[in-house]
Design a protein around this ligand. Structure first.
Ligand code: HEM
Ligand code: HEM
Length: 147
C-alpha cells in the first residue's frame, strides 16, 4: 500500500504543477489584456482544486504509513525526519489553502480583472511554496519516486 500511495502522490505532483502553471499563465494574460473571466478560467481553477485536494487526501494517508514520518526524540534534530514529519505537510497545506481560496474567494468577486488578479496572486504564491518545499526535500522537482 505504501509504494502505491507514494507513486500516486509523486505522480500527482506533475498534474498539480502543470495545472498551476496553466492557471497562472492564463490569469496573467487575462489580467494584462483585460479579458473577461470565462467559463474556461472557472473550470481550470476547479480542476486545479480537485487535483490538489486528491493530493491532500493521498498525502494524509501517506503520512500515517510512510517510514519517512517518525515521531521521536530525533524528529526535530534530524533535518530529513523533520522535513517529512513537519515541514512538508505544513508548507503544502498552506499552498493547498491558497489554491482553494484562489477558486472559492473569486466566486464573490464581480469584476473580471479583479478575479484574474486574485487567481494570479494566490496561485503564484502556492506555486512558489510547492517548488520551495520540493526543493527542500532534496528529491528534485521533476524527478519521479527515488529507486
Ligand atoms: C482530506 C481531504 C479533503 C479536505 C480536507 C477538503 C477540504 C475542502 C474544503 C474546505 C472545501 C471548501 C471550500 C469552500 O467552498 O470554501 C472543499 C471543496 C471542494 N473539494 Fe475538497 N477536500 C478534501 C478532499 C477532496 C477530494 C478527494 C476531492 C475530489 C476528488 C475534493 C474536491 C472538492 C471540490 C470539487 C470542492 C468544491 C469546489 C468548488 O466548486 O468551488 N476534495 N474541499
Ligand atoms: C500540493 C501538495 C503536495 C505536493 C505537490 C506534494 C509532493 C510530494 C512529493 C514530490 C513527494 C516525494 C515523492 C517521491 O519521493 O518521489 C512527496 C512525498 C510525501 N508527501 Fe507530499 N505533497 C503534497 C502534499 C502533502 C500533504 C498535504 C501531506 C501530508 C499531510 C504530504 C505527505 C507526504 C509524505 C508522507 C510523503 C512521503 C515521504 C516518503 O515516504 O518518502 N504531502 N510529496
Amino acid at each position: 500500500m505504501y509504494t502505491g500511495l507514494l507513486h500516486t502522490h509523486s505522480s500527482l505532483r506533475y498534474v498539480v504543477l502543470l495545472l498551476l502553471v496553466i492557471v497562472i499563465a492564463k490569469s496573467m494574460v487575462g489580467l494584462m489584456s483585460n479579458k473577461p473571466f470565462e467559463k474556461s478560467d472557472e473550470k481550470l481553477t476547479l480542476w486545479l482544486m480537485i487535483a490538489t485536494h486528491i493530493q491532500l487526501l493521498v498525502g494524509l494517508v501517506l503520512y500515517f504509513v510512510s517510514p519517512a514520518v517518525i515521531f521521536g526524540s530525533n524528529t526535530m534534530k534530524d533535518s530529513v525526519i523533520r522535513y517529512w514529519t513537519v515541514e512538508h505537510s505544513f508548507i503544502m497545506i498552506i499552498a493547498i489553502v491558497l489554491i482553494t481560496l484562489a477558486r472559492t474567494s473569486t466566486k464573490k468577486i464581480t469584476q473580471d480583472k479583479a478575479k484574474h488578479k486574485r487567481v494570479f496572486i494566490m496561485s503564484s504564491l502556492a506555486l512558489i511554496l510547492i517548488v520551495v518545499a520540493i526543493i527542500m526535500s532534496g528529491r528534485g522537482i521533476l524527478i519521479p519516486v527515488r529507486a
